[in-house]
Design a protein around this ligand. Structure first.
Ligand SMILES: Cc1ncc(COP(=O)(O)O)c(C=O)c1O
Length: 302
């Protein structure tokens, strides 16, 4: 088995007690230095089950954008295990510029082969996937963001006796696999909130298909669009790190925590609520974000 369950429970850290609200953060980002947070759990069954069936010549193929935490995690898994990997990357224009992008550079250093496709080709990933299955019949083809049924099963490992103690379970949402796993396997009386980092109206139905449970709410947390970083986001992330010593990245966890704080201030949560936010990692993305911010002469993420 390549990916293992951790020997020690993942720490749950108190953030603040604010207006009779108790707020904790579960540090899934600490689970592995390179395969961080929800990525570890979304890959857990995908890769372990595949390797049990294909121990001879494994090959892993997946999809992602230029700053994808998932691409970083899959490339690291390949590197650590000696399994060749192929990343199908959105954006033909990146082919000549991948050295300027810390995520793609990391993926290359991890030995991942990169194939750049146009945005139009990427949009029709099902056609690409079909082609890849024909071309590489024994390969493991993992969808974008790692989200599929195995990923949802893996997310169950983020829940344990300690997480049962909370009224609200919060996570950032990209492709929806993480919030689906939390909603599917949490206790009946727990409420799940997914903080959407991407403005995608189809997410609710997609998550429902993966969970078959109606116990989750989605809250817009895009702050102007997927991957867009406002000055208020940078300020929040830097203040948060200074105050609590916990780093957040600007695409998912920073925006989620900022929105959670806003909701607390607005009185969204009833008094004495116990809230648990999952830190889903992805801190490798800070370097790429800072490069863009630097070019725009803006404050950087510390
Ligand atoms: C750091 C981080 N948090 C949250 C998410 C959202 O996870 P999902 O795509 O399962 O909704 C991602 C994407 O995988 C991510 O990289």
């Amino acid at each position: 088995m390549l990916l293992k369950a951790p020997a020690e429970p993942i720490p749950i850290q108190e953030i603040s007690i604010h207006k009779n609200i108790t707020l904790f953060i579960k540090r899934e980002d600490l689970i592995h230095p390179q395969i961080s947070g929800n990525k570890y759990w979304k890959l857990f069954y995908n890769i372990n089950t595949y390797l049990e069936k294909n121990p001879e010549n494994p090959y892993i193929i997946t999809f992602g954008g230029a700053f994808s935490n998932h691409i970083a995690a899959v490339s690291a898994t390949g590197n650590l295990s000696g399994i060749p990997t192929l990343g199908i990357i959105r954006g033909e224009e990146l082919e000549s510029k991948w050295r300027d992008n810390p995520t793609l550079l990391l993926a290359k250093r991890n030995g991942m082969n990169l194939k750049f496709v146009t945005r139009e080709e990427y949009r029709h990933k099902e056609i690409l996937t079909e082609f890849l299955h024909k071309e590489f019949p024994d390969a493991l083809v993992i969808p974008e963001g790692g989200t599929n049924e195995e990923a949802v099963e893996g997310i169950k490992m983020m829940l344990n006796d300690q997480t049962k103690d909370f009224d609200y379970l919060c996570t950032a949402v990209g492709t929806g696999g993480t919030v689906a796993g939390i909603a599917k396997f949490c206790e009946e009386d727990q409420k799940v909130i997914g903080f959407k980092a991407v403005d995608d109206a189809s997410l609710g139905n997609k998550i429902l298909e993966l969970t078959s449970r109606q116990n989750f709410n989605l809250i817009d947390s895009c702050f102007g669009g997927y991957g867009k970083i406002k000055d208020e986001n940078i300020r929040f992330i830097n203040d948060f790190k200074e105050k609590y010593g916990i780093p957040l990245e600007p695409v998912y966890t920073g925006k989620m925590m900022q929105k959670v704080f806003e909701l607390i201030d607005e009185g969204y949560f009833p008094e004495n609520s116990r809230i648990l936010c999952f830190h889903t990692g992805g801190l490798q993305g800070i370097e790429g974000a800072n490069l863009l911010l630097e070019k725009q002469n803006r404050n950087l993420i510390i």
